[in-house]
Design a binder for this molecule. Structure first.
Ligand code: SF4
Length: 794
């Protein structure tokens, strides 16, 4: 046995039971080439489970894995019974080393799912995936009992159980095996109605020996057409649930990793344990030939490192180099990856091999190109050839951000990538809205070639993308007025004499990044001139000045920030926005921002350059009840923060720093996955009573890095000095350094962080740890303890 260090395996499928209570005729376990199930014990023995847990724990320790995923599988795993499933969960948890978390799941047909099982899954933290092929007709095409009865009612009952509030957090999603004879619209609608957190659409397993059915009436690429139809519905609905197949193509088109083994070039890290203790390769290989998944290894004689060195597993880890010549030369290979390994098999080339494109090659190419085409159509033409990765972060920049900071160059890189994303989203919104206002879109395309700075300026406006995101999510009407307004603002900025019609609503014509003009509702024609603009209103009146121009505050160092109080889309912050600022209020804001900026330079010097490079817009919000501080960063409005002007400049400085952390992290999350987006677990942040999804905990932790540093700097500035302000700084520092450190550990222990996410959490930890060693008076620690106890309700 070779002693080379293998790539670690992090996903394990454990067969709990080798038989099934359904007799689906498309099942790869019983109906395809491999027949090994016949000789296997029905149920896995406790001794095998214990040894498997030990092997996985040992592998996690040797490779210092932060998390492993184990899927309890079958046959039908519920046939193993609740006691054995409980023992499996206990054995696995007990065997993992400290610092390695377990993502434990079960994939079931749902027929036997009961409250007893759900209670066990809640107690043992086991997420549940259910197989369901769509509406009743689609499901009943294959998923029946041996006597021909439909399984549909039982499966719907299982999904309803998982949708009960008590169990909803256990619901991992639905697995839908496609059949091109099923109506994709009916399938999509039926699945969406069940409110799943995720749906996997799976191609039926097939090889060149046993090709998939292709009804003549459905054309040459029926599987691609089916998926593209579902994709269109999913986009139109605003992506109501995660779909790994679609997201993987979207991601790989942007140079990111795939989320599924069946697409992309990521190395496979999965192994299977059968009920008799033998190790196998991916289950899908059962479709290739009898014995195809076999490794000749078992849990008693072989370690998982031994298994990871098996040639079959290594073959699925060699990326581009492991593909057929045709795939290596293919234009979509980075997204397709040659398709699922099993689907490449053909026996008529001598010994039989996987050195072929997928049997779904034509469908995969059409599907990837279809999604790439929709991405290209969403790009303003002159930018179509631009490098979409031009804004990608280097590892050093990511580390810089992970530590909480971010230089001007790093924030500029984030800004470039955000601009590229805004372009794509605007065009997707245009597409999803029926490609209306074609003259406005054409003008944007033309200006993008002739006056790109003008187009970039309006596309960089934070609420341009906010509109696209809200439109795509279905939160706004289909109208394309905001897009026409962007074209008009670009035309004004370009000053070339271009004209465009813009709808006027609510008595104002709004020109993003410029301001607004009062006029009657209707259609106005905006013409950009070299010396300004001319707007002809619906009533024939002509306007050449803005009634309410956007106002900028010039700050020390010569940079400016917009006080956005005219854009109707500024209401993207989940808090009511302030009306147009009076002159007096404008003066108050100007003074407060200037003072806050000076404080940021003094108290958060590591953050100030990044804020200056990325903060373009402050949107005044309405004050909170009883003077409570209100601030917000909208996930889809890069560069903007919403703030109700607080009573003091130091508080404004703190709110600006806090919210800009959210802005930065949102942009990082658009570029790279820091956590598993399919994770549905809720996590408690130490400072909040309510649990939140992982991104909420991550965002809060990242924001409080800046908050902690702010109070730490002020604590050091007050060193030895008495007084209320000094005491408050020490108490706040004592409180937030502990909260932030605890939150970093919760993130690390979540098991939901990706490798990059683990590195990001390590970066945050490296910043917060030295603060914990700063000596503070006992009174400050006691005050922090008091607050923690009060918030914890003890
Ligand atoms: S589309 Fe076909 S040739 Fe291209 S990578 Fe996929 S399977 Fe290979």
């Amino acid at each position: 046995m070779t002693t080379s260090i293998p790539l670690p395996l992090t996903q394990f499928v454990v067969k709990m039971h080798s038989r099934c209570d359904l007799a689906c005729d498309h099942c790869y376990v019983y109906e395809h080439a491999d027949s090994s199930w016949r000789s296997r014990p029905k149920v896995i023995a406790d001794g095998i489970l214990a040894k498997a847990a030990e092997r996985i724990g040992e592998h996690a320790a040797v490779h210092r894995l932060p998390a492993v995923r184990v899927v309890l599988h079958g046959g039908e795993p519920l046939l193993a019974g609740p006691d054995r499933l409980r023992r499996a969960a206990e054995a696995l948890r007990a065997a993992l080393p400290a610092g390695c978390s377990l993502d434990l799941r079960i994939h079931t047909n749902g027929v036997l799912l009961s409250r007893e099982f759900c209670a066990l899954f809640a107690e043992s933290d086991i997420k549940v995936g259910i197989s369901l092929d769509g509406d009743k007709a689609a499901n009943d095409r294959h998923r029946r009992f041996a006597d021909g009865r439909s399984s549909h009612p039982q499966v719907l009952r299982a999904v309803a159980l998982l949708n009960e509030p008590e169990y909803r957090h256990l619901f991992a999603g639905l697995l839908c095996t496609m059949d091109v004879d099923n109506d994709p619209v009916a399938v999509y609608r039926a699945l969406a109605e069940l409110r799943p957190p995720a749906v996997d659409f799976l191609l039926p397993h097939a090889t060149w020996d046993e090709p998939p059915k292709r009804p003549a009436a459905l054309g040459a690429t029926p599987y691609a057409d089916w998926l593209l139809t579902v994709h269109r519905l999913w986009e139109t609905d605003g992506r109501p649930f995660a779909v790994r197949t679609f997201e993987s193509v979207h991601r790989t088109l942007r140079g990111l990793s795939s989320l599924t083994e069946s697409l992309g070039l990521e190395p496979s890290d999965l192994a299977v344990l059968e009920t008799d203790g033998t190790f196998e390769q991916a289950d899908s290989l059962k479709t290739a030939y009898d014995g195809a998944p076999a490794t000749g290894m078992n849990v008693f004689a072989h370690s998982i490192d031994d298994l990871a060195r098996h040639p079959g597993i290594v073959a699925r880890q060699s990326g581009l180099a492991g593909l057929s010549e045709a795939c290596r030369a293919c234009s979509v290979v980075r997204s397709c990856g040659g398709g699922l390994y099993a689907h490449r098999y053909r026996s008529d080339d001598g010994a039989g091999s996987f050195d072929h494109p997928s049997v779904y090659c034509g469908d995969l190419m059409t599907f990837v190109n279809g999604l790439a085409g929709s991405a290209a159509s969403v790009t303003v033409p002159a930018q179509a050839g631009a490098d979409p990765l031009s804004g990608t972060l280097t590892p050093a920049q990511l580390d810089e951000l992970a530590a909480g900071y971010g230089s001007a160059d790093t924030i500029a890189a984030l800004g470039r990538s955000q601009l590229a994303l805004t372009r794509a989203m605007l065009a997707a919104a245009w597409d999803a809205s029926g490609q209306g206002r074609a003259e406005a879109w054409a003008l944007l395309a033309e200006l993008d070639a002739a006056a790109p700075a003008a187009v970039d300026a309006v596309f960089a406006h934070p609420y341009a993308r906010a509109w696209a995101a809200r439109r795509l999510a279905g939160d706004l009407p289909v109208g394309l007025g905001p897009l026409a307004a962007l074209a008009a603002a670009a035309a004004v900025r370009a000053g070339r004499g271009d004209a465009v019609a813009v709808p006027v609503r609510g008595g104002w014509l709004h020109l993003p990044t410029l301001g607004r003009i009062a006029m009657p509702d209707g259609e106005a024609v905006v013409t950009g001139r070299a010396d300004g603009f001319e707007v002809r209103a619906a009533d024939g009146s002509v306007h050449t000045v803005l009634d309410e121009p956007l106002r900028r505050v010039r700050l020390a160092g010569g940079w400016t920030v917009v006080l956005e109080d005219t854009d109707p889309l500024r209401d993207s912050h989940d808090h009511p926005v302030a009306d147009r600022l009076s002159n007096g209020e404008l003066l108050n804001w100007t003074g407060a921002l200037r003072e806050a900026w000076e404080l940021l330079g003094r108290d958060l010097p590591g953050y100030a350059d990044g804020i200056r490079a990325g903060l373009s817009t402050v949107t005044p919000l309405r004050p909170g009840p009883a003077g409570r501080d209100i601030s917000s960063a909208a996930r889809q409005a890069y560069g903007a923060v919403g703030i109700a002007r607080p009573a003091t400049a130091p508080t404004l400085a703190l709110l600006l720093a806090h919210e800009f952390q959210h802005v930065k992290l949102g942009a990082v999350l658009d570029l790279t996955d820091l956590y598993d987006r399919t994770d549905t677990t809720l996590y408690f942040a130490p400072w909040r009573p309510d649990p939140r999804p992982l991104e909420g905990l991550l965002q809060g932790t990242y924001a409080h890095l800046a908050v902690t540093e702010y109070w730490g700097t002020r604590t050091l500035a007050y060193d030895g000095l008495p007084g209320g302000a000094a005491d408050r700084a020490r108490e706040q520092f004592a409180l937030w350094r502990r909260y932030t450190a605890e939150a970093v550990e919760r993130l690390s222990a979540s098991g939901a962080l990706t490798g990059t996410g683990v590195r990001f959490a390590d970066g945050m930890r490296a910043t917060v740890t030295p603060w914990l060693a700063v000596p503070l008076p006992a009174a400050a620690e006691q005050a922090a303890d008091r607050v923690r106890r009060e918030r914890a309700g003890v």
